[in-house]
Design a protein around this ligand. Structure first.
Ligand SMILES: [Zn+2]
Length: 272
């Protein structure tokens, strides 16, 4: 199979693919606390997996993951109200997330976009693995500001599937994220770092949160909902989720490529 990872490609390979399809996918996600059972790079790893699969299906190249992101909102998940809480950095966590200040994050991503545009890329896709609202808004704003149709389009694409309405948040370090990594890098998951099944997982103790809680509907005792319990994760759910996520981003890329008059490859998963 063709190498799509930019950092592993030689210049003639890059030039060949760029003349065929000037598409670059940029995986983005901060180094962030994801419970004791998942690695700190979960969001970037996820974004990278989706981006690589998409490029193998439609063409283009994938930049190395940018482990950067922002998170400035305070979580109200059973705290007293007096703590200052940034993102998922709850007071009991032994390791801090490396959130960039929002403006710094925007400047960094904009610089990357500028350089890629100068190098001749016409369709730039920011593949995002992180759920924070201000982080997503920053990327959406950059995509709008840096697009220059009909020559260049910068597109924001979530690696995640959207939550079912009326909910909007996919949750954090819960069953779905754990399943995705179990399907792809089981060596990086350690569910035994969590208490045995049946013991409730308090949001603030573990930094694991179901999406409904982020949507303003935490459980009364501030513990993870059973349907989002990471101890119920499975590689099978991970594979299904990942393939639906890839389908979704493939559709976005095809539509945008067509709008620019570009022709992506039409390779089916079975043929790849
Ligand atoms: Zn995450």
């Amino acid at each position: 199979m063709r190498t799509v990872q930019y950092e592993l490609m030689r210049p003639p390979e890059i030039v060949r693919e760029r003349s065929r399809l000037p598409l670059v996918l940029i995986p983005i996600g901060p180094i962030e606390w994801h419970g004791p059972h998942l690695p700190m790079g979960m969001d970037g790893l996820h974004a990278h997996m989706v981006a690589v699969e998409v490029a193998q299906r439609v063409g283009g190249v994938v930049l190395p993951t940018y482990y950067i992101g922002s998170e400035t909102s305070a979580a109200l998940l059973g705290f007293q109200g007096t703590e200052r809480i940034i993102g998922m950095d709850f007071p009991d966590n032994p390791v801090k997330s490396l959130y960039f200040e929002e403006g710094t994050f925007a400047v960094t991503v904009r610089e990357l976009i500028r350089l890629l545009k100068l190098d001749g890329y016409r369709l730039l896709v920011l593949v995002n693995g992180h759920g924070a609202v201000n982080h997503q808004r920053t990327l959406q704003r950059l995509a709008a500001e840096e697009s220059d149709p009909p020559r260049v389009r910068v597109v924001f694409a979530m690696a995640f599937l959207p939550a079912s309405p009326p909910f909007s948040d996919p949750g954090h370090a819960e069953k779905v994220e754990t399943s995705i990594l179990l399907a792809t890098r089981p060596d990086l998951v350690d569910v035994t770092a969590l208490p045995p099944k049946g013991v409730p997982l308090r949001y603030q103790e573990f930094g694991i949160v179901d999406g409904k809680a982020f949507d303003g509907r935490p459980t009364p005792d501030f513990t993870v909902r059973p349907e989002a319990d990471p101890r119920e994760a499975s590689a099978d759910l991970g594979r299904k989720t990942l393939s639906a996520e890839v389908e979704r981003v493939v559709a976005i890329v095809r539509e945008q490529a067509q709008a620019l008059g570009l022709s992506p490859t039409s390779r089916t998963p079975a043929a790849s």
